[in-house]
Design a binder for this molecule. Structure first.
Ligand SMILES: [Zn+2]
Length: 235
């Protein structure tokens, strides 16, 4: 299986490729794709697959049996078609900024409060993070967000690397999700923020922290010890 193009280059917005499979007229597999499939709290990419002058809108992207499947709005694409692809960049770039911001917040939650992330959902105008945290207070969360904003000012670089399962297993801080590492995967993609954070991750990220702008805490919710929640937005 070919590695998705967004894995090593989150900034790729357009490329040429070939249709390799069409199911029910509307579910398309491409030889190479940079369309991000829904996963890890990050929504799917939208955009276009273009054949000659005909534009097929990509309305949903998901992974099935390890393959990235693109649902388009109309039938007409055939196996072997040479196509060009375009990502709705405004949508994707917003998700990239939110995704890196959520890593920054989760890094501080982990370091300052030993909190683990139990869920997260990125949206176009906000992100929700669920986490466990023993000693919770809304003031602490405000402080954490302030700390994150100070780190953004330092404009640290975000880099991508790959590590083996053996290397990842001895560093539990690499996989801070409460659910642990997926089985059957032998090589893991690591997202690093400067030298302050590294995490196993399949999402798309910005290159420099300043691209986030500023994080603003919208709301905190205290459900119980293992279920705290916060919403933030970017300015
Ligand atoms: Zn992530």
């Amino acid at each position: 299986m070919v590695r998705a193009l967004y894995m090593d280059n989150s900034y790729l917005k357009s490329w040429n490729t070939k249709v390799v499979s069409v199911t029910d007229g509307k579910y398309i597999l491409l030889e190479q794709t940079a369309f991000y499939p829904k996963g890890g709290g990050q929504p799917w990419d939208e955009g276009f697959i273009i054949k000659n002058d005909l534009k097929f809108k990509v309305i949903y992207v998901d992974k099935f049996s390890g393959y990235i499947s693109h649902e388009v709005d109309k039938i007409g694409l055939k196996v072997g078609d040479e196509v060009s692809c375009e990502i709705d960049w405004e949508r994707r770039y917003t998700f990239m900024r939110y995704h890196t911001a959520s890593h920054l917040i989760s890094s501080i939650l982990y370091k300052r409060a030993d909190a683990k992330i139990t869920g997260n959902q990125i949206e176009l105008d906000k992100t929700r993070m669920d986490f466990s945290m023993q000693d919770y207070s809304p003031e602490k969360l405000r402080d954490f967000v302030e700390e994150a904003n100070k780190l953004i000012e330092q404009d640290l670089s975000i880099t991508i690397d790959y590590m083996s399962r053996e290397e990842v297993i001895v560093k539990p801080e690499l996989a801070r999700l409460a659910v642990g590492l997926p089985e059957k995967i032998s090589e893991f993609r690591i997202i690093r923020i400067g030298d302050i954070d590294e995490q196993v991750d399949g999402g798309t990220h910005i290159k420099h922290l300043k691209e986030i702008g500023k994080i603003e805490l919208i709301k905190t919710v205290n459900k119980c010890k293992n279920n705290r929640r916060m919403y933030f937005k970017l300015k």
